[in-house]
Design a protein around this ligand. Structure first.
Ligand code: PMP
Length: 467
């Protein structure tokens, strides 16, 4: 398949379009109001390969959402399919609770080969319920058990999942309110965010002030903190708007937590498996967390979530963190194949190089499009913050978020055969999370379509702008 819209005869295309529209309509009337991507991406995927998805209407799309960053190798990569077929053909049991199997042993070995040596040599793995949020719950529970303390340190803008405990350490106030009582034991700290610096200074100075704020609060006997069981942080905030933490800041967080005996939990659910240009994003700064939360790409497109942590924290009683679906053999096999493929083909390096090239073209684009506040990212985790070009800049030079323009960019991109998803504060950051296997031609096509979509979205705000 190529990335181009297919050229089926006109009559076939309109039949297919009508069929797709009726599927969408029926499903919209039966699914909950919480439907997410299905609202803004009204397509009906029926086939997919690499970064191309084909809809039931016969149209083809370049997928820059890739399962919200899950598909390191894109859709239906041959090595993942082969691994899944091998398990099916072997007649191995597909459901084994958390029993030991050769498939699980192979996955554990492949994963440990990728970890920072300190964790690989003296680490433990806990297989969690199937999705990222389950692993976050496990991490939080682990550090609370190990330290006997209840408090948690988390960051503004964080996203850790949708179950109650994970929401409590996330930043989305509206979603947290719906989940019940906000957890008063969570202390929110400022995450360094260059474009909208919480201290109004940006750059290295903003990150320094964030670290200073944190250390000062921890050492203030009247600071009002619940003694913290741990700090949880994303090395690049993904859902929060693709905000990479400076390496030096992460090293300072490691030092601050080390010096005070606070376990550091790094959530690599989205940043892991080569996405940011290193196999694990912590490798950029060289820090070794006490707990790593892993999911998405580690399952080779199937659900799998684990935590890996220092053995000193392993004070759990047998059965302390159980769950029925913690032994997905197909996901482990696809995950093993994916981890190996990324490593052997140095796709993390590829993500670094291609990502830097894409980012530099996007920054060039920003010069011609006043609605681009900032283009930023790390590796193939890229965000374009869309702002209102007609509004007044704040005292620190930032323009307000423009969620309506961002939504228009998404719509216009889809019309041009490109799937992107806005995220971040106010849903105003257009995110690119292509598979690490994206070719240079595909990267060019993505940027061409996105550039056109941005221009078209701008014209919806300023109809007088030239075509
Ligand atoms: N942590 C991070 C950093 C994430 O990006 C996500 C999902 N986007 C989660 C946790 C939650 O994972 P899941 O949606 O699989 O529960």
């Amino acid at each position: 398949m190529t990335g181009l819209p297919s050229i089926a005869p006109q009559s076939h295309r309109s039949d297919a379009r009508t069929a797709a529209e009726s599927i969408l309509r029926r499903q919209a009337s039966r699914e909950s109001a919480a439907r997410t991507y299905a609202r803004s991406l009204p397509i009906v995927p029926v086939r997919a390969r690499g970064m191309t998805i084909e809809g039931a209407d016969g149209r083809r799309y370049l997928d820059c959402l890739a399962g919200a960053g899950t598909l390191a190798l894109g859709h239906n990569h041959p090595v993942a399919l082969e691994a899944i077929r091998a398990v099916l053909d072997s007649e191995a049991p597909l459901h084994v609770l958390d029993l030991t199997t050769p498939v699980k042993e192979a996955f554990t070995t492949a994963l440990f080969e990728t970890l920072p040596p300190e964790l690989a040599e003296r680490g433990r793995i806990q297989f969690c319920g199937p999705t990222g949020t389950d692993a976050v719950e496990a991490a939080v529970k682990l550090v609370r058990t190990a330290t006997g303390r209840g408090g948690l340190l988390a960051f503004s803008g964080a996203y850790h999942g949708m179950t109650a405990g994970a929401l409590a350490v996330s930043g989305d106030t509206a979603a947290r309110a719906c989940a019940g009582e906000a957890d008063a034991r969570v202390t929110r700290l400022p995450y360094p965010y260059q474009y909208r610096c919480p201290f109004g200074v940006g750059g290295d100075r903003g990150a320094e002030l964030s670290a200073h704020w944190t250390a000062n609060l921890l050492d203030d006997p009247n600071g009002g903190l619940q003694p913290p069981a741990g700090m949880i942080v994303e090395p690049v905030q993904g859902e929060g708007g693709v905000i990479p933490a400076p390496d030096e800041w992460l090293r300072t967080m490691r030092r601050i937590t080390d010096e005070r005996g606070i376990p550091l939990i790094v959530d690599e659910v989205q940043t892991g498996v080569g996405r940011t240009g290193a196999f694990w994003a912590v490798q950029h700064s060289g820090i070794v967390p006490d707990v790593m939360v892993l999911s998405k790409a580690i399952g080779g497109s199937l659900p799998l979530a684990v935590i890996v942590y220092r053995e000193e924290l392993d004070v759990w009683q047998p059965g302390a963190h159980a769950g029925t679906f913690r032994g997905n053999q197909l996901a482990m096999a696809a995950g093993t194949a994916t981890l190996r493929f990324v490593r052997e083909n140095q796709l993390d390096q590829r993500a670094a190089t291609l990502g830097a090239r894409m980012l530099s073209r996007l920054r060039g684009l920003a010069a011609h499009h006043p609605c681009i506040g900032e283009a930023r990212g790390r590796g193939l985790m890229i965000g374009v913050e869309i702002v209102d070009p007609d509004a007044e800049r704040d005292d620190y030079g930032a323009l307000p978020a423009a969620p309506r323009i961002a939504a228009a960019v998404q719509r216009e991109a889809l019309r041009r055969g490109l799937i992107v998803e806005p995220g971040g504060r106010h849903g105003s950051v257009v995110r690119l999370l292509p598979p690490l296997t994206i070719t240079e031609e595909q990267a060019e096509a993505v940027l061409d379509r996105l550039a056109d979509a941005i221009a078209a979205a701008e014209r919806t705000v300023h109809p007088s702008l030239p075509e």
